[in-house]
Design a protein around this ligand. Sequence first.
Ligand code: GTP
Ligand code: MG
Length: 193
Amino acid sequence: MNLNNVRLLVSAVSPRQYPQNNLPDIALAGRSNVGKSSLINRLLGRKSLARVSSSPGKTATINFYEIDEVFNLVDLPGYGFAKVSKAEKAKWGEMIETYLAGRENLSAVILLVDMRHRPTADDCTMLDWIRSSGFAPLVVATKSDKLKKSQREDALSLICETLGIESAIPFSSEKGEGKEEVWDMINKIINQS
Ligand code: GTP
Ligand code: MG
């Protein structure tokens, strides 16, 4: 992949809007504000392809990015944001569930968690779903630049223990840490699908 052909195909709210390009989907899931859209921009080397905002709840649709006609990178709406209305929460939850349960192209779901915090109950639920659907539990720990060196090991241990996983990739959209590791992960998924 040379990333010369990267584009937003569609911002979907319902399955009939999903792209039918027969490419494998790699979806990014995680709490609102965890850094899903920022990770996409960093991975693809584009400053503002995916919309980023300091106010949570920025991505309210399922955004499909087609990458070099090899795969779709899918930016899911964030969950767990307290300040959106109940109705809106229910709508987003349904949107995410409909996608996860029904999308045949789905090849992997990468869960993003904030490296500074213990994963939430919602994060655990998401990872349980990933496992029970037969996908590998892939976890990226975002905002690694916000931790001191001395805090990193404990932070990663807490994430791994809470989620019951072997390892998580520390990632910083700000500094670029973890970019290669996430690309390795993506390439493995593509080679297996
Ligand atoms: P929703 O679309 O609401 O689900 O959020 P999101 O997960 O897409 O998060 P987004 O990428 O919009 O980032 C949220 C905020 O966190 C923005 O202010 C980003 O600049 C900031 N941010 C994201 N990643 C990093 C990171 O690695 N380091 C630092 N320091 N800030 C980050
Ligand atoms: Mg977003």
